[in-house]
Design a protein around this ligand. Structure first.
Ligand SMILES: Nc1ncnc2c1ncn2[C@@H]1O[C@H](COP(=O)(O)OP(=O)(O)OP(=O)(O)O)[C@@H](O)[C@H]1O
Length: 669
């Protein structure tokens, strides 16, 4: 579908006098349909006017571009007209002359009488017939703004841009002009983008309201559809059943942003060496194939290259040990499960809330669902086969941690077939290195885990993979780099160096020419602690599911870098939040935008990527779907949750995350 206005991944960075730069807008990606009225709303300084100026061609983006009606916008043009708050009329000209000046300039090819007719028509349109010969000083503020609107409309722009057009007017005048503008837009099918601070104005006039987050790196936080029928009358709009919930949603968004602004006052620690606050780090990991970037960063010298002189990779027995290590500050950082920073921040099980953040996805995909071999002998080859087994047999499946993608995706997969993962079978937690032994002992009937723990069971004839995660959600985030929020605040330069070192290591890991070497590094006893042969499927060799069929070439089974794999995108973080809530692992945060901004640190990632000369785009915030085709719309997570058939009672809570206090050091069992 082609749009009338395409704002294509725009960044705007301003150079600063001290030689630095300020990233005002980051990755703004937005389309506007013909005849649509879109409002931009956000706190002062978030970049609304900058975006409008770029649309007008008065300013240029640093990255990305604008396409209007199929043509790239590079400079101002008569197809766009801007209406400013301060009217910008020529004081020595009358109303008629002000309007006429624009018409003479832009529509000069038209005959004189036609141009005059247009001028008079627009004077009538804004109700200024009796003031046509007056000069601006003889007009009220509202009348001046009507002249500015008449002047803008008279040249028949394709796109009308309005920068707080009624901000300087008293309430009554503002109300009248809003109504008038709305009528004009509706009757003439105008396409408009308006900047406003006024929530009620946005609701009255807009088809969609685009809410921008605070700068730096302001981006689209959420988009609201205002599905109130047109033509609209103010009273009808205010009495519409959706009005107050939409209004609350905007005010709620703005309040979240206000809190975020206050919190961003950082405490920064002193520099120790190499321009870093700390050069010796303890980093936790669990032995799995996808810990490759950590091993590579250490063994191939990426940590040292970035000034991290002494990095100790601490092999942890379980994901719980990783979480505890971060909580107690035994570890500076850890390779974590993708859902862990979000769940730790929200508080899960009996663990108090602890703000933990991630600025890097270190691995995507790499998991499978393994079932005991006996099921294959009974012909269980699909999800529906498994469903039939559940009617007769008590089945226990294991995942590695409540907050892991294994747990969330296994549950999603089961529920898609009408299997309730808490009632129709038993789900339990087992650390990855203990999976095979538990399967072999008959304690569990299957599990979802990363490699090499599926392939080991397959090679040993204990099990087979009924599905890989590529069958469920290809390119899902799997592992992330997690640190405490107070740690990154104290060590911003060290954190940046760590992200850069791992980002380069991820790039190295994705090059398949390096895989044999990486595998030999990981096979060292201090890392994976399992035969390197078990880690070959998917990582180097074709993937053998152990079903008797030919192994498949799964080139993206372990994805470390390509396709913007490393950016901790917010939309996928939001999907994780929905599933944590769906299964009552955490509450769903009413202030989800604030939580995502706080935990998924795209800004920290972006800085590291830029410093390495890599693209720093977040990817996108468009709807996406898993294998079952159900669309996840990142603007409506609650709607998505309500559309899922199996789940627990939804708990929606405002999650106020305090700064770290001593209470966070308590460890839950
Ligand atoms: N030429 C410039 N040089 C440096 N920084 C700039 C420049 N122009 C704008 N900025 C910064 O970019 C950010 C966005 O500014 P912008 O005027 O677009 O915000 P806004 O949302 O329209 O604010 P307001 O609602 O107060 O009008 C601000 O932090 C501003 O200081």
């Amino acid at each position: 579908m082609s749009f009338f206005v395409e704002i294509d991944h725009i960044d705007r960075t301003f150079p600063l006098k001290d030689g630095g730069s300020y990233i005002a807008l980051k990755n703004i990606d937005l389309n506007v349909k013909k005849g649509e009225f879109v409002s931009l709303i956000g706190h002062s300084g978030c970049g609304k006017s900058t975006l409008l100026n770029i649309l007008a061609g008065l300013d240029k983006p640093t990255q990305g571009g604008i396409v209007l009606d199929g043509r790239q916008v590079t400079e101002p043009g008569p197809d766009r007209m801007m209406v400013f708050q301060n009217y910008s009329l020529l004081p020595w000209k009358t109303v008629r002359e002000n309007v006429s000046l624009a018409v003479e300039k832009v529509l000069k090819t038209l005959p004189k009488d036609e141009r005059d007719r247009i001028v008079e028509h627009h004077i009538d349109l804004v109700g200024l017939r009796n003031a046509a010969d007056k000069k601006p000083r003889e007009l009220s503020g509202g009348m001046k703004q009507r002249v500015a609107i008449a002047r803008a409309l008279a040249i028949r722009p394709k796109l009308l841009l309005l920068d707080e057009p009624f901000g300087a007017l008293d309430a009554l005048t503002r109300g009248n002009l809003q109504q008038q503008l709305m009528q004009i837009c509706e009757e003439n099918h105008l396409t408009c983008v308006m900047v406003t601070h006024d929530v009620d104005e946005a609701l009255l006039l807009s088809d969609r309201i685009v809410m921008l987050t605070n700068g730096p790196e302001s981006h689209v936080g959420q988009i609201l559809d205002v599905a109130i029928p047109r033509p609209r009358q103010r009273l009808e709009v205010v009495n519409h059943p959706s009005y107050y919930s939409l209004r609350n949603e905007i005010i709620y968004f703005l309040n979240q942003q206000k809190r975020d602004k206050k919190r961003k006052q950082k405490q920064i620690g002193a520099i120790a060496r190499n321009g870093l606050e700390k050069v010796n780090l303890d980093i936790g990991f669990v032995p799995l194939t996808d810990c490759a970037p950590l091993v590579v960063a250490k063994e191939k010298g990426f940590f040292a290259k970035h000034g991290l002189e002494q990095v100790n990779l601490s092999r942890e027995p379980s994901w719980k040990a990783v979480a505890d290590g971060i909580r107690t500050q035994r570890l500076d950082a850890a390779q974590m499960l993708a859902g862990m920073p979000l769940a730790m921040t929200l508080g899960y099980a009996d663990n108090p809330r602890l703000p933990v953040i991630t600025a890097l996805v270190t691995a995507r995909n790499g998991n499978a669902i393994t079932l005991k071999k006996e099921f294959l002998d009974r012909g269980v080859r699909s999800l529906s086969d498994l469903k039939s087994v559940l009617k007769d047999d008590p089945v226990t499946l294991a995942t590695v941690h409540p907050t892991s993608m294994h747990n969330l995706m296994l549950r999603y997969w089961l529920a898609s077939a009408g299997i309730d993962p808490d009632h129709d079978l038993k789900l339990t937690i087992v650390p990855p290195p203990q999976m095979v032994a538990n399967l072999s002992a008959g304690n569990i009937d299957g599990y979802c885990v990363g490699e090499p723990w599926n392939s080991r069971a397959i090679r040993e004839g204990l099990g087979y993979a009924i599905a890989t995660d590529l069958d469920i959600w290809a390119a899902h985030p799997e592992k992330v780099l997690g640190v405490r929020e107070d740690w990154t605040n104290q060590h911003p330069e060290t954190h940046n160096a760590l992200v850069k070192a791992l980002l380069e290591a991820c790039e190295y890991c994705d090059d398949r020419r390096n895989r044999e070497e990486i595998l030999s590094l990981m096979a060292r006893p201090q890392y994976m602690g399992a035969s390197a042969d078990y880690a070959r499927p998917g990582f180097i060799d074709a993937y053998d599911r152990g079903t008797g069929e030919a192994p498949e070439s799964l080139l993206r089974f372990n994805q470390f870098h390509v396709d913007n794999a490393n950016c901790p995108g917010r939309a996928e973080g939001l999907w994780i939040l929905t599933q944590l809530a769906r299964w009552e692992i955490t509450a769903f945060p009413r202030n989800w935008i604030e939580v995502l901004e706080r935990v998924r640190r795209v800004d920290v990632y972006g800085r590291a990527a830029r410093e390495l000369g890599l693209p720093d785009n977040e990817g996108n915030r468009h709807p996406f779907q898993l294998f079952d085709g159900k669309v996840f719309n990142p603007d409506d997570p609650i709607g998505y949750l309500n559309s899922l058939e199996i789940g627990r009672d939804l708990r929606i809570e405002e999650i106020i995350i305090d700064p770290v206090s001593e209470s966070h050091l308590a460890i839950a069992v």
